[in-house]
Design a protein around this ligand. Structure first.
Ligand SMILES: CC(C)(COP(=O)(O)OP(=O)(O)OC[C@H]1O[C@@H](n2cnc3c(N)ncnc32)[C@H](O)[C@@H]1OP(=O)(O)O)[C@@H](O)C(=O)NCCC(=O)NCCS
Length: 331
């Protein structure tokens, strides 16, 4: 079969008929269960920043063969706001792989994103799709770091073997009161500014977006922990038998450049954590504070890629980017 045998279509939020097929094929390809059509409609159709760009393909026998999708995003780059896209889904069913379909889907999705006004696309690809993105002239930015702070050091040491095996974080199911979570999200200050002179490249702060994202289709135990003028948006989970609280982002009305120790202590106490973790890039104002607060940098294999659709834009090095867990975990 040649690539010409595939028909590529752009999904519209009213095309509900194809959703179950997409979910089944994605689940078979990734080997993990997927949520139902309500989840799809929420994630791909309902964002306050607009419906996702979804390109899907059918084979000449009518089977769903693959999909490339970008959620609509907004990035503040060097002080100016740009429409953007963030990768949501990339798969080609094993029956149709190695025929160039991924490249074709990616080209169609990029063209559609550009037509809808996106100036830049970002992505955190895995090892399987990384070569395909490089072939499509995506740029590797890199720099994603994981930091851990043991709160119960003896317990953490007793589970070191599992941690070294890189057991994944298993997020806990929803437990928080969603009404109060929505209210807490509305009260957040701006993202932590620290003492950076230049504003870093980062997601635009928008309460509507956060409320949609964290309370629109609740799946995991997300919470907001406040301490004075600062707040942390966190998710709770388990890794290697340890209770881990992952800080997804830090917000502050007072732009403190100093220590966030009281906030980290409150996060740990409020969520009964054995360890606290955080994902950053070097340009995130929180990054330089972490070593002084006893956070340890641990190996991270996440890739961070970008493609500028607007030729006037430059993505720049990791030191320009304030990426956080909110950007990396896009389910
Ligand atoms: C990653 C993935 C999307 C790639 O899809 P794909 O359609 O097979 O990708 P392509 O065909 O464009 O390219 C894959 C390989 O086939 C080769 N290829 C392309 N056309 C070909 C053809 N006509 N004949 C033979 N090989 C071909 C490419 O050169 C490439 O080879 P390489 O990886 O050795 O460099 C797919 O493997 C997948 O869904 N994997 C599982 C899910 C996953 O990991 N998704 C990524 C999440 S971030």
């Amino acid at each position: 079969m040649t690539a010409e045998a595939f028909e590529v279509t752009i999904w519209r939020p009213e095309d509900l008929g194809v959703v179950s097929e997409i979910l089944t094929t994605a689940s078979e390809t990734h080997g993990i269960p997927y949520d139902g059509p309500d989840w799809f409609v929420w994630k791909f159709g309902d964002s306050p920043w607009g419906p996702a760009v979804v390109a899907y393909a059918r084979s000449n026998t009518g089977r769903l063969a693959g999909m490339v999708a970008f959620g609509r995003y907004r990035l503040n780059l060097g002080g100016s706001v740009f429409d953007a896209g963030i990768s949501y889904e990339t798969f080609v069913h094993p029956d149709f792989q190695r025929q160039g379909l991924f490249q074709r889907l990616l080209a169609v999705a990029e063209q559609e994103a550009r037509a809808r006004g996106a100036a830049i696309l970002i992505n955190f690809p895995n090892a399987a799709s990384k070569p395909g993105f490089l072939r499509s002239a995506w740029q590797e930015i890199g720099g994603v770091q994981t930091w851990l702070q043991p709160r119960r050091p003896f317990r953490v040491v007793s589970r070191l073997r599992g941690l070294l095996r890189r057991e994944p974080l298993v997020p806990s199911a929803v437990a928080a009161n969603l009404v109060s979570l929505a209210a807490d999200l509305s009260d957040l200050g701006p993202p932590l500014a620290g003492n950076r002179v230049e504003p870093p490249n980062r997601r635009v702060h928008d309460v509507q977006y956060l409320r949609w994202r964290f309370t629109g289709y609740p799946q995991f135990d997300y919470r907001v922990v406040e301490e004075g003028d600062t707040s942390a948006l966190v998710r709770l989970g388990h890794r290697a038998g340890l209770r881990e609280t992952q800080i997804l982002d830090v917000f502050s009305t007072d732009a403190p450049a100093g220590s966030l120790r009281p906030l980290i202590r409150s996060v740990s106490t409020a969520t009964d954590a054995d360890m606290v973790s955080i994902l950053t890039t070097p340009g995130n104002p929180i990054t330089s504070l972490l070593p002084r607060m006893g956070f340890l940098s641990v190996p991270n294999r996440a890739n961070f890629f970008a493609k500028c659709l607007d030729p006037e834009l430059a993505a720049g090095p990791p030191s320009r980017w304030a990426i956080s867990g909110v950007d990396i975990h896009t389910w």
